[in-house]
Design a protein around this ligand. Structure first.
Ligand code: AMP
Ligand code: GLY
Length: 421
């Protein structure tokens, strides 16, 4: 079958790498892709936010199956356009993508399904929001309702910080996305991510992971899109997974179906776990980046079979076969990230690396200039490894990191510390 993946990051490189290994995959196209993805797939220029353009491209190239990587095309209805044209697609409808695109919507779904989450209130009026914050006290969490490129959440440890965030967001900091705010109870505990496929009715867990949000070692520095991840997450014990599935995930999927907007795709749940009880922090409607890289490393070629079963609504007889192993990925980012950083710095040393089912360097933001690999983004490479233990996966990943010659880049040296410590 001919397969098209939409996106250009490390997530999409790992998806392409896994899909390509499956004998069902004849031709693989990634739009727009990047310099690393070009090693496993054809890359095509295409406006992935434009549903009609994606449909026309898929028709012209006889594409049988489209996998949508990032949230923006999902929220923009690209999967709706594909399904309307009779093209099979992995990724939720725009209506179901509200689970990521609107925090207030997710809270409504939690209320309706009884899923454990933080107490909250919603505001569009700054004076009312300020009064609520003053009555609740700090710590407290202020969230822009809509998509704000990962910057729409302020975990305020003081009242002043909280009030400033309210003024900022309702004052238009993120435009339409922060015209409404959700103000939430601060939840203490350990965070973990859980990835579950849903075909609209049936669910199938495909892995747990933990991310590292802060830029520097010891969880210091500014928030980022994620500086590294590993799977599985030890805090997601069988008992926690069971609670997550029965109290949060299945009720969400049931409520979405009841509303006539069934959720089909991967549901990425962020949990806060305290005393063995998971509570929902947020949903995303796509794979995490870089969490996807460790999941794909562990799932390999079967990832395609599972995504197809999801799109064909037959997850009830699908199964994920796990090796009892661990995977870890280290993000190499351009110096300065997540602030201002330079583009175009040269990266060497990748040509001589071993790339196999245990070691892979996924590209997140690379291009070619003057016949040389260069950085084109903030997060640039995802050095990923598998091992029988997490320690072994970590050692393998950093051994590869040390072979890469990139003076313009940096990475954390402590990915995995929480699970290894
Ligand atoms: P988000 O952008 O929704 O992923 O939120 C960013 C981060 O803010 C999460 O990963 C959590 O670390 C933190 N966070 C969000 N909501 C809460 C909450 N209610 N209590 C504590 N931390 C939170
Ligand atoms: N790594 C966090 C995310 O993909 O949202």
């Amino acid at each position: 079958m001919n397969i098209l993946i939409l996106g250009s990051g490390g997530r999409e490189h790992s998806l392409a790498w896994a899909v390509k290994q499956n004998p069902k995959c004849d031709r693989l196209i990634v739009a727009p892709g990047n310099a690393g993805i070009a090693g496993v797939a054809e890359c095509a220029a295409l406006d992935i936010m434009d549903g009609a353009a994606v449909v026309a491209f898929a028709d012209a190239q006889s594409v049988d199956f489209v996998i949508i990587g990032p949230e923006a095309p999902l929220a923009a209805g690209v999967s709706d356009a594909l399904r309307a044209a009779g093209i099979k697609c992995f990724g939720p409808s725009a209506a179901a993508a509200q689970l990521e695109a609107s925090k207030a919507f997710t809270k409504e779904i939690c209320d309706a399904s009884g899923a454990p989450t933080a107490d909250y209130a919603r505001f569009t009026n700054a004076a009312e929001a300020r009064a609520y914050v003053e009555a609740q006290g700090a710590p407290i969490v202020i969230k822009a309702d809509g998509l704000a490129a990962g910057k729409g959440v302020v975990v305020a440890m003081t009242l002043d910080e909280a009030l400033a965030a309210v003024d900022d967001m309702l004052g238009g900091a993120f435009g339409e996305a922060s015209a409404e705010v959700v103000i939430e109870e601060f939840m203490a505990g350990e965070e973990a991510s859980f990835f579950v496929l849903s075909d609209g009715k049936n669910i199938l867990p495909v892995g747990t992971a933990q991310d590292h949000k802060r830029a520097y070692d010891g969880d210091a520095g500014p928030n980022t899109g994620g500086m590294g991840a590993y799977s599985p997450a030890p805090v997601m014990t069988d008992a926690v997974v069971e609670k997550a599935l029965t109290q949060i995930i299945q009720p969400t999927v049931d409520e979405m179906a009841r509303r006539g907007t069934p959720y089909q795709g991967v549901l990425y749940a962020g949990f806060m776990i305290n005393d063995g009880q998971p509570r929902l922090v947020e949903y995303n409607v796509r794979f995490g980046d870089p969490e996807c890289q460790v999941l794909m490393m562990r799932l390999g070629a079967q990832a395609l079979d599972l995504m197809l079963a999801c799109a064909e609504e037959r997850l009830d007889d699908a199964q994920a076969n796990w090796a009892n192993d661990h995977a870890l990925t280290v993000v190499m980012a351009a110096m300065g990230y997540p602030g201002a950083y330079e583009k175009g710095s040269r990266i060497s040393g990748l040509d001589n690396l071993t790339e196999d089912s245990l070691n892979m360097v996924f590209h997140a933001g690379t291009g070619i200039a003057d016949n040389h690999l260069v950085a084109t983004g903030g997060r640039v490479l995802n050095v990923t490894a598998r091992g029988a233990t997490l320690a072994e996966a970590q050692e393998r990943a950093y051994r590869t990191v040390d072979q890469i010659d990139w003076p313009g880049g940096f990475c954390r040296r402590d990915i995995g510390w929480r699970a290894l410590g």
